[in-house]
Write a protein that binds this ligand. Structure first.
Ligand code: PLP
Length: 800
């Protein structure tokens, strides 16, 4: 015998028949039940606990003196249940907790327009009542589904009611959810108790949980806003359980049967559907149902509810989806191979189970999602139970003066148009106050910010040593800018300046070409190496799209220039010995046009492994420009890469007269690269970048005699550095002296801020790197004259 007699061929039915097939069983709650419930509510309202006890005796045949379960009994419940059940409840608790925890809203303040800040905050509903049905089976899973979101929502008072006798499983689940107020009372009178309060049960603000006709009717009545009992909310309208299974030709019919029955055994009014494109599967399910059914202890219930149910055969999956969205089932199992694609088209369903390995039972108990779900078509507008049902949202906003001014016009106009002058006045009165008292000075500044580019307003500018330390230059020892301590004297040969200078002085290029041993075609003069950094970026990078790459800790001008030019940058930190992280660089070359490498590096002082640079040049051939910033190269001249310029078409070297040449005040630098790059850079550089006096003095600095003096000065500074390092090695306040190939030393102290301030007091000015990433407690100290080195050592020794 089959329990479902007819298979439904969807396309054979007309509109009205289809509607009828998808209709739900109608419950006419008759007037008598309604009146009974009203009566019970009134009795409980009037007589409190006495009424509850009377109804307990009447309906549940139990006489109870103490409605409330004492704490000891709750705490001890775990000792009275089977260990396996206890463990199962505990793991279900963990899973459900884990899922629901992600529903906690993150706080976020949104600046809607400048000065107008809005946010949402969440507060728990203060008092909540959880109803857990008793009867034939003890639904401790429901305790978890209601208790966990209440617990996570931080509801301060949670009350649980369930018909007596309450099982130890329910008590243990409640114990896990930290529920302390548990009452042995069930049915409509329990709902009444929570809605109105009695001597022993406090009234609550919202009632949650499933139940039979009486419970559902009671919830409906107490939440009915038209009645006298107002201000009670309920979780959602309750109805019988439902399931649709959608199956394609990959589905296993035995799985389908098992799932249909698992839902059908809930109650005689449950409704289950199989919708499938496969006639074969439909027939197998129809045939096999009775066999599996016979094995269930609740077969009589299942048999009845299956008789309300249908197997529907449709032409294609699209049609299945239409039916599902129309019916809006509580549960939906998609036993199809392309379930993700189908899911994207499902718009109405309470809880959805994907694929062949996801029976609905896992969601009923332990996978993590909530099993309190909208039924009876309410999935159209309602959601499954979650933390937000135990909370309410509050809106918060705050305006600054500027914010109020920014929004004032909009609100004033709207309020005036709606003829609500009181509203607009609350704006106008403040606006006038602000305009009168603050606006005048502020307005000018704000307007400039409006005109300026946004990334300039937000830019952290380069902090030059001079701008950081302005006072008393003459009487201080300045070891903060890597300048040469040795002065040489120059006088101008040129005396008249009425004409523009030569854009690229041939004579100066000749002199530098002899010095670096490169052809004159390979040289471009710039206003310091800084100008080189800038024009290379402007020549090769498109704004907002292309990137430069550099390796902190390094010279900050690469970042600053990129930000000013609105060019993206990517920073690949150097590894432990300040060496390039080649592997990581390789992986991050998307859209990179230029890599800036400072060699030897500022502020760390080390030189970069030449093999690594060559590897990088090879790797980036024809794709990416490699800029080697050799600002300090004279202090380790054998590391220079000028000899590679004709080998690698993508190599650019930056040089300067500011460091070893002791001409920081001159602002003169050089770009060394191949002819093609020079020709393109020349289009971008300013028309007359190098002033005549600069050309004049640079030429002198590069004559043979001065080159010998420069090289000699480099030796002196290197010797001073050696002396300093040797002596500082024993200072207890020092942790590490980093290896230096330059005219400065990076030193890690125990407390660099203290040392910095103390040296400052003694008028020795060094550069604090403490704020830089990876340079915690580090100072960068320029090597000065021998006298300055001794003085520095003397002060540091005193400190120790
Ligand atoms: C000092 C310095 C520069 C700037 O050189 P100028 O020629 O003075 O502009 C460039 N790069 C590094 C690494 C520096 O330390």
């Amino acid at each position: 015998m089959t329990i479902i007699n007819n298979l439904i061929y969807w396309h054979n039915h007309n509109k009205d028949e289809k509607k009828k097939i998808l209709s739900r069983p109608i419950f006419l709650i008759d007037k008598k039940i309604k009146n009974n419930v009203t009566n019970i509510l009134n009795q409980v309202k009037k007589k409190g606990d006495n009424a509850l006890k009377k109804y307990n005796l009447l309906f549940d045949k139990i006489k109870i003196d103490n409605l409330k379960i004492n704490t000891e009994k709750i705490n001890n419940a775990k000792f009275y249940i089977d260990k396996n059940i206890k463990n199962a409840i505990q793991s279900a608790y963990n899973n459900i907790y884990k899922f629901h925890k992600y529903q906690i809203f993150k706080k976020k303040i949104i600046e809607i327009i400048p000065g107008v800040f809005c946010k949402q905050i969440y507060r728990p509903i203060p008092k909540v009542g959880l109803y857990v049905p008793g009867g034939t089976s003890s639904l401790f899973s429901t305790v978890l589904m209601l208790g966990i979101p209440a617990q996570l929502a931080l509801c301060p008072e949670i009350i649980l009611c369930s018909p007596a006798p309450i099982s130890n499983e329910i008590l243990f689940a409640a114990y896990l959810c930290n529920i302390k107020n548990i009452f042995q009372v069930g049915g409509a009178h329990a709902i009444a108790a929570m809605a109105f309060g009695t001597e022993s049960i406090n009234r609550v603000n919202k009632i949650f949980g499933p139940g039979n006709f009486f419970v559902t009717e009671a919830k409906k009545q107490v939440s009915n806003q038209n009645k006298i009992y107002s201000n009670i909310s309920i979780d959602m309208p309750a109805g019988p359980s439902e399931l649709i299974i959608l199956a394609d030709n990959t589905a296993n019919y035995n799985f389908i049967i098992a799932d249909l029955l698992s839902q059908a055994e809930h109650g005689i009014d449950s409704q289950v559907f199989l919708i499938t494109t496969e006639e074969k599967i439909a027939k197998l399910v129809q045939k096999g149902l009775s066999q599996q059914l016979e094995k269930l202890p609740k077969k009589n219930i299942a048999k009845k509810s299956i008789s309300n149910s249908h197997i529907i055969i449709v032409k294609n999956i699209e049609e299945c989806i239409k039916i599902i969205n129309k019916y809006a089932p509580e549960h939906l199992i998609i036993q199809c191979h392309n379930y993700e694609k189908i899911l994207s088209k499902i718009i109405n369903a309470g809880s959805i189970f994907l694929g062949h390995w996801t029976p609905e039972s896992v969601g009923d108990y332990a996978s993590g999602t909530n099993h309190v779900l909208p039924t009876y078509g309410y999935a159209l507008t309602y959601s499954g139970l979650g933390i937000s049902d135990f909370q309410k949202r509050m809106y918060v906003q705050k305006l600054t003066k500027k914010g109020l001014l920014n929004i004032s016009h909009t609100v004033e106009i709207m309020a005036k148009t709606e003829n609500l002058l009181g509203h607009s006045n609350s704006i106008t009165i403040r606006k006038n106050f602000i305009n009168k008292n603050f606006f005048h000075q502020k307005k000018k500044i704000n307007n400039i910010n409006k005109i300026a580019r946004k990334n300039i307003i937000n830019l952290i500018p380069y902090k030059s040593a001079r701008s950081l330390y302005k006072s008393d230059m003459k009487h201080s020892i300045l070891l903060n800018a890597n300048e040469s301590p040795i002065t040489s004297y120059f006088t101008l040969n040129k005396k008249i300046f009425n004409k523009y200078p030569e854009p690229q002085s041939k004579e100066l290029i000749n002199m530098y070409s002899r010095y670096v041993n490169l052809s004159t075609e390979n040289i471009l003069i710039t206003r310091g190496a800084d100008e080189g950094i800038d024009i290379i970026m402007r020549t090769f990078c498109n704004q907002r799209h292309d990137k430069i790459l550099f390796c902190p800790p390094t010279y900050d001008m690469y970042r600053v220039t990129a930000e000013i030019l609105d060019i993206k940058y990517i920073m690949i930190n150097s590894i432990d010995n300040w060496e390039l992280n080649l592997d990581k660089i390789k992986k991050n070359l998307n859209n990179v046009k230029i890599i800036y490498i400072c060699n030897p590096n500022n502020p760390t002082g080390n030189s970069i492994n030449i093999n690594n640079i060559i590897k990088l040049l090879e790797l980036t051939k024809n794709k990416i420009i490699i800029v080697i910033d050799e600002a300090y190269i004279e202090f380790c001249i054998n590391q220079s890469l000028t000899y590679l310029i004709n080998k690698y078409q993508n190599l650019i070297i930056l040089r300067t007269l500011s460091k070893a040449f002791a001409l920081a005040g001159l602002r003169c630098g050089f770009i060394l690269t191949n002819k093609n790059i020079i020709n393109i850079l020349i289009k971008v550089i300013a028309p007359y970048p190098i002033p005549d006096p600069v050309i004049d003095i640079a030429i002198q600095a590069l004559n043979l005699k001065n080159l010998i003096i420069m090289k000699n000065n480099v030796k002196i500074i290197i010797n001073n550095k050696k002396w300093l390092i040797n002596n500082l090695n024993n200072c207890p306040c020092i942790k590490t002296i980093f290896n230096s190939k330059t005219n400065f030393i990076l030193i890690k102290f125990n407390n660099s801020n203290n040392i910095f301030n103390m040296l400052n007091k003694k008028k020795i000015i060094v550069r604090n790197q403490n704020h830089e990433k990876k340079l915690h407690n580090c100072l960068r100290i320029t090597v000065g004259t021998f006298y300055e080195c001794k003085k520095l050592f003397f002060e540091l020794k005193k400190l120790s």
